[in-house]
Design a protein around this ligand. Sequence first.
Ligand code: CU
Ligand code: ZN
Length: 181
Amino acid sequence: MGNSNSSCSSLNGVNSGKSAISTLTSDLVNGYVFFHQCIPSNPVRVEFMISGPKNKTHAIHIHEYGDLTKGCESLGSHFNPTRQTHGSIYVNNMPRHSGDLINNITFNNEGKFYFVYEDSTISLYPTSNLSIIGRSIVIHDKQDDLGMGVGINKQESLKTGNAGKRICCGVIGIAENKNHL
Ligand code: CU
Ligand code: ZN
C-alpha cells in the first residue's frame, strides 16, 4: 500500500518512471494488471482490474516467459530470479518467488476484482535481474495454497501452490507512462 505516486511525482515529475501492462482475456476472465515504478530503487506499484466468475478465488502469478507458442502452457514456471521456494507476501518472513504477487484474486458478487499494492521483488527496469518486462501473468483454475500445503500436497505447494490449470494469461509489455492515481 503506501503512497508511491506522490513521491514519484514530487521526485521526478508526473510522467517519470516506467510502466508496463498485461491484458488478460479469455472466456472466463477479462482485465489487466498495470505496473508502475518511479525509480529503480522504489517498489513497483501493481494495480489489478479484472473481472471473472462471481465469488470465486483464483491464483495469479508472474510466470518466467512471454512465449505463447502453446498458449498459457509455454510460459514456464513462476518467475524466480532469487531461487526461492513458492510462498506468500501474506506469511511473515516466508521465502517466495518474485512472481508470487498476491497469490490469489477473489472476484466480488459483481464479478469484479480491484486491488493495488507495492512489490519490492520485481522491477520494470531492464538492467535489473528482477525485470518482468516480456514475462507473463497467469491466472489459474484453483486457489493458491500460499506454500502451506501439507502431506502429499507439500512438494507441489512449494513449487506452484497447487494452483491447477492455467485458465487465462497475457504477456507483460511496456505501457505508456501514466502515473495512475
Ligand atoms: Cu501461476
Ligand atoms: Zn510461486
